[in-house]
Design a protein around this ligand. Structure first.
Ligand code: ARG
Length: 468
């Protein structure tokens, strides 16, 4: 019988590779962390400059290191760099190449540093840039929504509670609700950025270093606000990534709610909007179909983004200080969430910018379902002095009457209305139209077209610096 030549005889049966190859596969992170190359080179340059400044390495070695690192940056940019899984991660890939380019001096770069503070530094720099990118993408989406709000300030649609027609609102008002949500999302990314902007570099493996380094200088060179005050915390903290992912998860939840609305609104039964061909797909079997795939995928991706946050927190929660290799998994989840959200934001901006609003469909849906019943009750309170509870009761009776007749509230005759409450006058009809209903909602934050126009103009001014 042929014995397997690779693998451990006790457990190697299902593996085609030997233990060292499996170890390499589980250990290597280069496929994921290669995207930290810019940050890794920046961190190394700052570190080397500080070492030279402090006389820990010579000026000549520093010059060589800086030249070699720049060349590596060019090679990676040009796609000619050879990434190797045997070299585990981005840090060792770059250092190994540095040695090939400049020789022995490369070995001096890692003085007073460890991969633990190195990776924490790189990852913070990457997350910092991401906070900024998310902010920019969100501002673009907000501007697109605010422009829509301006154009649709007087477009009447049904407002829902429990997905049942509640009161008429304007589509512009609905768009601005999301502008507000995305403003808070931006605030969360800005907050995360502020808190993460401290430098772990120089914490070394976990305890600091006996070399006389200048952590203020490397922090300043990398535009961090200050060096982190505790070396154990510096190498083991990942709450900055958790905070970034929490901001992503909440933002994705908002994107998902809007996606759900787009799915509903674009259905034949609602017909409130038509997605542009660019952001919908056909069915391979049903020729009539135009599917809101982009919205559905945004809705779905929120699930994985929330999952990434969960995965990161669960990975972290049992880890003793300081560094554990578990933490290598932080990047895959972070990159996954950020990539997914960036794509969702781009797709949502495209969908909102290009969708067609079917105003007549929105309007006729708004006028059904007795949506001005509250206006009628308010009229009874204001004009006849009824207590709201009584007005509510009278209105309920009128709704029942209309329902029985198979008509809407404005279609009842004055006689019919007076049979329920004799004090009602002709004036009541002025509040039963959806136009009057929305126009009357002038309270601050209300749906009146005039309010919506003002708010949209404010947002456009804030976002684009040009009110129109
Ligand atoms: N690739 C590692 C990571 O991402 C770098 C740090 C490795 N440190 C260590 N002590 N093995 O976490």
């Amino acid at each position: 019988m042929n014995k397997k030549t690779t693998g451990n005889e006790m457990w190697g049966g299902r593996f085609s590779a030997g233990p060292s190859a499996i170890m390499e596969e589980i250990n290597a992170s280069i496929d994921v962390d290669k995207r930290l190359w810019r940050e890794d080179i920046a961190g190394s340059k700052a570190h080397a400059a500080m070492l030279a400044q402090r006389g820990i390495i010579s000026a000549e070695d520093h010059a060589e290191i800086a030249r070699g690192l720049s060349q590596i940056g060019d090679e990676i940019e040009a796609g000619t760099f050879n990434f190797s899984a045997a070299l585990e991660d981005i840090h060792m890939n770059i250092e190994a190449r540095l040695k090939e380019i400049i020789g022995e001096a490369a070995g001096r770069l890692h003085t007073a540093r460890s991969r633990n503070d190195q990776v924490a530094t790189d990852f913070r720099l990457w997350c910092r840039q991401t906070c900024q990118d998310m902010d920019t993408a969100l501002a673009g989406l907000q501007a697109t929504l605010a422009r829509r709000a301006e154009a649709e300030a007087a477009t009447i649609m049904p407002g829902f509670t429990h997905l049942q027609s509640a009161q008429p609102v304007t589509f512009g008002h609905h768009c601005l609700a999301y502008v507000e949500m995305f403003a808070r999302d931006r605030g969360r990314f800005q907050d995360a950025r502020k808190r993460l902007n401290e430098s772990p570099l120089g914490a070394a493996a976990l305890a600091g270093t006996s070399f006389d380094i200048d952590r203020q200088a490397t922090a300043a060179a990398l535009a961090f606000d200050k060096p982190m005050a505790n070396s154990l915390d510096a190498v083991s903290a990942r709450d900055f990534a958790a905070e970034l992912l929490a901001a992503c998860a909440i933002c994705a939840t908002h994107i998902s709610r809007l996606s759900e609305e787009i799915v509903i609104w674009s259905s034949a039964q609602f017909g409130f909007i038509t997605l542009s061909d660019d952001f919908s797909t056909g069915s391979s079997i049903m020729p009539q179909k135009k599917n809101p795939d982009a919205a559905e995928l945004c809705r779905a991706k929120s699930g994985r983004i929330i999952g990434d946050l969960n995965g990161l927190l669960i990975m972290l929660k049992g880890l003793p200080l300081a560094y554990s290799k578990d933490m290598q998994e932080d990047k895959e989840q972070t990159f996954d969430a950020v990539d997914a959200l960036a794509l969702c934001l781009a797709a949502m901006t495209g969908m909102v910018a290009s969708l067609h609003v079917n105003r007549p469909a929105m309007h006729s849906a708004a006028a059904t379902g007795f949506s001005t019943a509250t206006d009628l009750a308010d009229w009874l309170v204001r004009t006849l002095g009824l207590p709201f509870r009584d007005a509510h009761h009278v209105t309920g009776a009128l709704v029942a009457m209309a329902e029985q007749k198979g008509c809407d509230l404005p279609d009842l005759t004055l006689d019919e209305i007076q049979s329920v409450h004799s004090g009602v006058t002709d004036d009541v009809f002025s509040v039963l139209s959806v136009e009057n209903s929305v126009a009357s909602r002038m309270s601050y934050g209300g749906t009146a077209p005039e309010n919506v126009r003002q708010q949209a103009a404010l947002w456009i001014e804030r976002l684009e610096g040009t009110a129109s």
